[in-house]
Design a binder for this molecule. Structure first.
Ligand code: DGY
Length: 318
């Protein structure tokens, strides 16, 4: 019997690589750089199953050049990199990795929020110059977090996990989103229109998937509604923010700062953004803990096993 062919576009953490079932035929050893268009084309044309990452663009032309592909397991919760309807037209299952990365992403959102409000990156960089001469009463004054208003755009799994962490900071929580989500016992959050959340938040955190509707959800008009003392945090997808508009707001200080883990033209980041002191920039680390990334990989393998054995894949999104 022919062994099913598995194509992986990037090496996954070692415990996941070790867990690959021996009865799969690996197409090629994955290499630690983005797969080229030709490598993707070649892999997709031969594989029964693919594990790809958010950096791989899986479009209709790639999917139309497949012969036996049954499943594309995206190693991410977001799947804006995949043409879902083109996959569905060819009967190809697409899956994602929800739930297991909720806490890691919520934690990192808070790391960015705390870092930008309390100028952690600036302070660290200053110490490393060797030029710090000691404590002064006016040095590097930041913004308070406790008791302030946190605005969440998109109250899904990650938005809720971010909001729950705000309890320790006694924050007022407002959120905007397509549906009302009741708050858990002991915590209170309130649905408001996007404009109201923009206007009242001291910290605004984005947790929407990237779709045609959310592309540039935060642009010049929305930024202009934010308080000049407010901070914008993004751990969702870069194109949810119009980055040129954000840059202008940050330069003009019409908002106080931003904490960004994702970028509109990832991995290209505008040098102007990098030159600003009122931003904290991370290289898309939302789910980047070993435990989380291993669990994401095991979910991909689980979904692949289901699809190849004709069972329904738990995390199917198309
Ligand atoms: C996701 O899963 O969508 C994250 O962005 C990966 O870190």
């Amino acid at each position: 019997m022919n062994r099913p062919i598995l194509f992986i576009t990037r090496p996954l953490p070692q415990p996941v690589m070790d867990a690959m079932p021996g009865h799969y035929q690996m197409l090629a050893e994955p290499v630690d750089r983005p797969a080229t268009a030709e490598e993707l084309r070649c892999g997709f044309s031969r594989a029964d199953a693919v594990i790809c990452t958010l950096a791989d663009r899986i479009d209709a032309s790639l999917l139309s050049n497949t012969t036996q592909l049954k499943i594309v397991a995206n190693y991410a919760v977001g799947y804006n990199n995949i043409d879902l309807s083109a996959a569905a037209e060819r009967g190809i299952i697409v899956t994602n990795t929800p739930d297991v990365l909720t806490d890691a992403t919520a934690d990192l959102t808070w790391a960015l929020l705390l870092a930008v409000a309390r100028r952690v990156g600036e302070g660290d960089a200053w110490i490393r110059t060797g030029n710090w001469t000691g404590w002064t009463p006016t040095q590097m004054l930041g913004a308070d977090i406790t008791g302030k208003t946190l605005g969440i755009i998109g109250m899904g799994r990650i938005g809720q996990a971010v909001a729950q962490r705000a309890a320790g900071f006694r924050m007022r929580i407002l959120y905007a989103g397509s549906h009302v989500v009741s708050s858990p016992p002991g915590l209170s959050w309130t649905w408001q229109s996007l404009d109201t959340v923009l206007t009242h938040s001291d910290f605004l955190s984005l947790h929407v998937p990237l779709t045609d509707t959310t592309h540039h959800l935060i642009g010049q008009r929305e930024l202009a509604r934010m308080k000049p003392t407010a901070f914008l945090i993004n751990t969702s997808r870069g194109p949810v923010i119009d980055e040129a508009a954000l840059l202008s707001s940050l330069e003009a200080r019409t908002i106080a700062g931003a904490g960004l883990d994702v970028y509109e033209h990832e991995p290209t980041i505008s040098p102007a953004l990098c030159s600003l002191s009122n931003v904290v920039l991370l290289p898309h680390l939302g789910s980047a803990t070993l435990h989380t990334r291993v669990r994401m990989g095991l979910i991909c393998l689980d979904n692949i096993a289901s699809a190849l054995e004709g069972r329904s894949a738990t995390n199917r999104v198309n």
